[in-house]
Design a protein around this ligand. Sequence first.
Ligand code: MN
Length: 453
Amino acid sequence: MSRKHLIDLNACIERLAANGDLVRVRSEVDPVHELAGVAYHFEGREVVLCERVKGHNFPVLVGLYWNRAALARLFDCPAAQLPFVVADAVQEWQTRPIEPEVGDSGPANEVVEEEVDLHKLPIPTHALGDAGPYIDSAVVIARDPDTGVRNTSIYRALVTGPDRLTVQLDEGRHVRDYYERAEKQGRSLEVTLNNGIGPAVHIASAVPSSAAPIDKDELGIAGNMTGEPLRLIRSQTVGVEGLADAQFILEAEMLPETREPEGPFAEVTGYYAAQDKRWVVRVKKITRRKNPIWQTILSGKEVFNSVGLVGEAAVFRLVSRQVRDVKGVYFSHGGCGFYHAVVQLKKSMEGTAKNAILATFAAFPSLKMVIAVDEDVDMTNAEDVEWALATRFRPETGLIQIPAARGHELNPSTDHGLGMKLGLDATAPCPRPLAFERVKMAQVDVEKLDITR
Ligand code: MN
């Protein structure tokens, strides 16, 4: 079956519609607050295509990642398998990468805009307290100023002028490292912002640096996901490529020694990121498809899934190699998709749950809490995990506290990223005493019974 829809947003929308996973909003919606309000109504369910956006000619897609079952249907696999499909592609890429191909033209530069004017793009303003319109789904491609290795990642960008953006560059991001080295040399960092893309490139760009270190071009992961090289196109004004199949490409540079106000923005944590002086991007050229679709992401379930599932996949590969008892890793939505992990084990001896907790923290530094459960607990079900805590967790022996460790700076419960990590071993003793054997019921096919209401 063709995997074009994993790269091309139009093919992706067709597939979503065929799967019953798309709603089309035909009424005109205002890109300021209303579009996000409509999207919020559908959060976690169908993907939303707003066909008419007030003041603009292009439709806006939102919610591509907020329903894991719908996303799994795009990958032709069950939802529970999705992290493993991603993990397999990452692993294949690590040993046999399918490198991108570079050309000069593609759908993404069918139209070259005469003038750069970001206000002509249907960029929505999401939450009521947001500072303004945000580009929050564009895949940003940059090059290491010393080695030339490409990097791909996604971060929020506030529109502050017709050709100007302020962006947030998290600590520890490869692009921040690139930028700081370019800035020391007094140079700008050239980038392309690629908006409107299929899930393969988005997922590749979210792969954590533990699986895709700074000397590796993670764009290749998209090739391993589809089985063919990802197509890139040379830019006209910057020395870094764009995605040939994107809906829009913004060729741009991050200016050295320049900081301007950015924020507030409704973040994945469910809080507003505060305003501060942050990094500035000047857009030099905009190219697009003839009939493009703008894509945006609503902070919340959409990010929990897209970041969570690649995080789970990468962490599972690393941790299960170190602790063979590990059978699964889940980043719960209550934990914003990347602060809380549940690790599932089939314990072969006592103590491996604690090793698994430590290995999980090492594999994904943003994590604040890791809970270890046995194989008879549904790690994706918060109620079942709580049952394990209630009946198997012993605080006096099962609690691991790691004070003043590096976490995620967006988390307001940390001191700018510095805070305690908490491990909870909610596994039963091994070998398992009778008192810890879970009650089992017979499996009955109720559909076959004669039942009336
Ligand atoms: Mn990278």
